[in-house]
Design a binder for this molecule. Sequence first.
Ligand SMILES: C[S@@+](CC[C@H](N)C(=O)[O-])C[C@H]1O[C@@H](n2cnc3c(N)ncnc32)[C@H](O)[C@@H]1O
Length: 249
Amino acid sequence: MHQPPTPPGDACPSAAADTDTDANACPPPRRAIRSYVLRAGRMGTGQQRALDELGPRFVLPYADHAVDFSGVFGRSAPMVVEIGFGMGQATAEIAQARPDTDFLGVEVHTPGVGALLKRIGEMGLGNLRIVQHDAVQVLEHMLAPASLAGVHVFFPDPWHKKKHHKRRLIQPPLVALIASRLTPGGVLHCATDWQPYAEQMLEVLSAEPLLANTAEGYAPRPDYRPLTKFEQRGLRLGHGVWDLVFRRR
Ligand SMILES: C[S@@+](CC[C@H](N)C(=O)[O-])C[C@H]1O[C@@H](n2cnc3c(N)ncnc32)[C@H](O)[C@@H]1O
């Protein structure tokens, strides 16, 4: 289903070497290993228009300090962060189905940001904002400890080759960071279609002392996570999908 990105090599490329020139999406040089590769992606005209017209209202600038999201959304509501929303299909559908919750989608890829903005416009979503930046830094700096009702990580890049496993998002340090940002009772929901990664997720999440599994092993897909077209195609081809739903103690 999801093709792995083509890694450019292990060194962190400079901003100038990146094909995507959005300065907001470039990490500072101190992080040597990134979970993504910025690729040149073609922007559709609708995506570009959404970026121009809706970006100023719905894309928040990255900040290196905790942000008051009740000020951003103009209300006090539970907030869920999605890491790596891709083209944002699931993100938009979930935000539409849960109007009482606010959503922050974090993605580095500009066409994906344009695509989600287009959906925001078409669906009239007021409870969704975007940050175009490395989600690891967003969690570290923009989000206060014990502030989130949930974190979604749907189909993160599987980085199939063993030498690239270090690029996988779901590893102990990031899971500990995510757990620290959840309120007690808050939920971390991961999904993958790559069984070895599912096994890694189950091992890493189970070992995090702040988290408790809501299921015996893998969880049934919660109703709120829609089947995207990639997933439907994969399921038709007989591929598996694994959901993991853990709750902060
Ligand atoms: C395989 S895609 C899955 C997209 C989407 N969640 C889906 O289910 O279709 C993974 C996405 O995560 C994004 N990503 C990976 N690491 C990221 C990070 N550290 N911060 C923000 N986005 C990231 C990539 O740019 C890519 O769009």
